[in-house]
Design a protein. Structure first.
Length: 296
């Protein structure tokens, strides 16, 4: 868990964490709740709802929601406001992971499915969950945040390298769409007090979204280490807090974040501008220099 001395307080904040019933979402939900926030965790799996309800953590409130259903998304936001009075933050974390698209993929040298091998219903499900649902949830909560003059939107995308990795065409496309949408939302919300940032693990995370064979290979020592989901907590807390006022349009990799240091220091150290930028093929310097600094 984050260093208590360096953890901003989130008392009074109501934050929606989609996919908050397991994996990265659950790790962030627990961290936010420990920092004082009331967390609403929409999940499409009844087992996750039951597990959270039985956990005894009264600050995390699970909801059974299929985010691909516009009516249920609206219900989730309405229920949150009816029960808790506001929505101060949204973390768009829910998604269909590569392991579902290609469950047998483990190592880069193994055969990968071609884009034409992916069934149309899978493509639609991935895009509907990873991008459309995030756009929908943001559209539902943002007007209320703007009216209040304060709010937080955090999107979980993926590494740029993963977006164009062969074998995961629809996954990479869905995350690239959310990446570019985040940049546009950041611009649309300039001056409103509502910030938009991206928080990613920074590499393969030790969750069920990663192929089982990949996790087993790591535990045998055949492949490199995985990132603990709990690494997401410290940067998520800071990004949802008053301490991050004025920080927008940035992306952070949780694996690089040292919770033992002040969060402002870590944000300045590892922050990069979000979005995708075209670089001339002959501009080696542009391809290697950092994107930018905290601010925006």
């Amino acid at each position: 868990m984050p260093n208590v001395m360096n953890t901003p307080a989130l008392d009074g904040k109501v934050i929606i964490v989609t996919g908050g019933g397991r994996g990265l979402g659950l790790a962030m939900a627990r961290g936010l709740a420990d920092a004082g926030a009331t967390v609403v965790a929409p999940t499409h799996m009844q087992g996750d709802v039951d597990a959270l309800a039985e956990s005894g953590d009264g600050s995390i409130h699970p909801m059974l929601v299929d985010l691909r259903d516009p009516a249920r998304c609206r219900d989730a936001v309405d229920e949150t406001i009816s029960q808790f009075g506001a929505v101060h933050g949204l973390i768009n974390n829910a998604g269909i992971a590569p392991a579902i698209i290609a469950p047998d993929h483990v190592a880069p040298d193994q055969p990968r499915p071609k884009f034409w091998d992916t069934p149309d219903d899978m493509v639609q499900a991935v895009v509907a969950t990873n991008y459309v649902a995030a756009n929908r949830m943001a559209g539902l909560v943002t007007p209320r945040m703007v009216a209040a003059g304060w709010g937080r939107i955090i999107n979980v995308t993926t590494m740029i390298e993963t977006m164009h990795r062969p074998g995961f065409s629809c996954y990479g496309a869905s995350k690239a769409a959310l990446e570019m949408a985040s940049e546009i939302w950041h611009q649309d919300l300039a001056g409103t007090g509502v910030t938009v940032n991206i928080l990613n693990p920074g590499g393969p995370a030790d969750t069920e979204g990663l192929a089982l064979a990949r996790r087993e290979a790591t535990r045998r020592g055949d492949m490199g280490p995985l990132i603990a989901p709990e690494k997401m907590a410290a940067p998520a807390i800071w990004l949802c807090s008053e301490a991050s006022n004025g920080t927008s349009g940035m992306r952070y990799d949780a694996d690089s974040w040292d919770a033992a240091h002040p969060p402002e220091t870590e944000a300045k150290r590892i922050g990069r501008l979000l979005g995708l930028r075209l670089i001339p093929v002959n501009d080696v310097a542009a391809a290697t220099r950092p994107f930018g600094k905290v601010g925006g």
